[in-house]
Every structure is written in C-alpha cells, then in structure tokens.
Design a binder for this molecule. Sequence first.
Ligand code: NAD
Length: 261
Amino acid sequence: MSGVLTGKVAIITGAGQGIGEAIALRLAQDGASIGIIDLDTSKAESVADKIRAFGVGARTATCDVSDRDQLHAAVAEIETALGGFDIMINNAGIAQVLPLLEVRSDDLERITRINIGGVLWGIQAAAASFIERGIRGKIINACSIAAFLGQPVFGVYSSTKFAVRALTQAAAQEYAQYGITVNGYSPGTVGTDMWDEIDRILADRSGVAVGESFRNQAHAAALGRPSTPDDVAGLVAFLAGPDSDYMTGQSPLVDGGMLFN
Ligand SMILES: NC(=O)c1ccc[n+]([C@@H]2O[C@H](COP(=O)([O-])OP(=O)(O)OC[C@H]3O[C@@H](n4cnc5c(N)ncnc54)[C@H](O)[C@@H]3O)[C@@H](O)[C@H]2O)c1
C-alpha cells in the first residue's frame, strides 16, 4: 500500500488492542511498516497479521514497557528486523479508579512505572536511535483529557498523564536541535477495554448500571457521542506525517468537545 508514510517504520507500544491497534492499522494503511510492542504476544501477533494484509512489514516484540532494559531491547530488536524506524508512539498505559484516600504504595508505584516510566523509556530509546542515525524522527505520546484536568477517583491516573504532557514538552525542547519532534494526543472517552473496566469499577462503587458511566461521560462531549479508537488514530496519523512538521511539544485534545483551551 502506498501513502504518505510509505518507506517509514513506526513502532507503537500497547498496540495489541484498543487505541494502539487502531493507530497501527491506520499508519499501515498510510504505507508505514509497523513494530508492535505489547505485553500480550498473541494479541500483538494477530494485529501484525492484519497489518501484513495491507502489504507492509510488521514485527512484534513482547515486553513490559515499565522495564527500561526490556523496552530498549524490544525497540532495538524491531529496529534491526525492519531496517530502522522513524516514528515512535508511546501509547501503552493503564487506568486506575481510586479515591485518593484509598491509594497505597503499590498502586502508585505500578501506574507510575507503566504510564510515566513506559513513556520516558520509549522517548529515550527513540531519541538515542534517531540522534545516532541522524533521523529527523517523530515521537508521539499518549496523554488524555486527564492531562489537563484532575477529576475525582482519577487523581493518580491524571497525575501520570500531566507528567506525560510535561515529558512531551521537555523532550520537544531537548531534541529540537536534532530536528526530532515530540508531540502527544489527548483523547476523551474512547470505547476500548480500558473504559469497559473503568465502567465496571464505577458501577461496583456507585451502584449505577453497567454502561451508564460510559454513556454519561460520552454525552458530556459537545459532539454527543463517545470516541472510537479510529478518531484518535486520525490525529496520530497527522502527528506522524509531514503535515505536522512545524509542530512540537503539543498534546492536542481529540475529545469531541469536552475541554476547551
Ligand atoms: N480509552 C480511553 O478512553 C483513553 C482516553 C485517554 C487516554 N487513553 C490512553 O490511551 C492509551 C491506550 O488506551 P486503550 O484504551 O487503548 O487501552 P487498552 O487497555 O484497551 O489497551 C492497552 C494495551 O496496552 C498493553 N499494555 C498495558 N500495559 C502494558 C505494559 N506494561 N507493557 C506493554 N504493554 C502494555 C495492553 O496489553 C493492551 O494491549 C493509554 O495510555 C490510555 O491511558 C485512553
């Protein structure tokens, strides 16, 4: 398949399902070969099969993004297999639904290691490789509306997404001298397994019917519907392509009109 990303290679973490999978399929349709990094090997392999159907290369690596050595090794493995890479998408992340009084050290440590550590190690692995190879690459990180607004029971999750937005701004300035751009994407309420789990926990905690929290949250968007993973993939395709070359350090909202800045 030929498109705006023909000849490019994109590595995407957490691409075994949900938003990461939609990004992988969209960038493959735009012509890029895709490296899929995920904890879940069989899901990653099944996305890779779909990608090969577009006539582009696909390679998977199983890894926990919170482990710096594992993530650097996974990126290096895909780089060797696909002959380099030009785009790094640090998408893997987990949710947490906990009132602040209930947060314990293990909760804080786990989400910090995955949501902040996983993005930081991904930024490092990509920047080191881009600088060494003289590639004017693109690094793109998963933020959220929660990167702009802290909300009850999402306080710690939100703090990790504020941190990702901060890392995006800092990295953009550190790597501008190499022609590397660093941006983020900030979805609202996206219909994925992550929101199914959030919805179940909110139903358990508050007694509302399963599905109601998701519907309420989704209808809070001016456009009146929840986001699909493809809505997010459209923004990421723009950030991965040449039309965003003069943009760096930004984490635009793609939330159907929930927050306005
Ligand atoms: N779903 C939403 O409404 C929403 C909104 C805003 C931001 N986001 C962010 O978008 C990203 C993707 O969300 P999603 O809804 O697709 O999630 P999801 O739970 O549906 O999928 C996450 C994927 O990441 C993988 N993963 C999780 N932890 C990992 C780890 N430690 N190492 C490697 N892989 C790991 C999972 O196996 C899974 O394939 C996350 O960073 C999330 O915080 C989601």
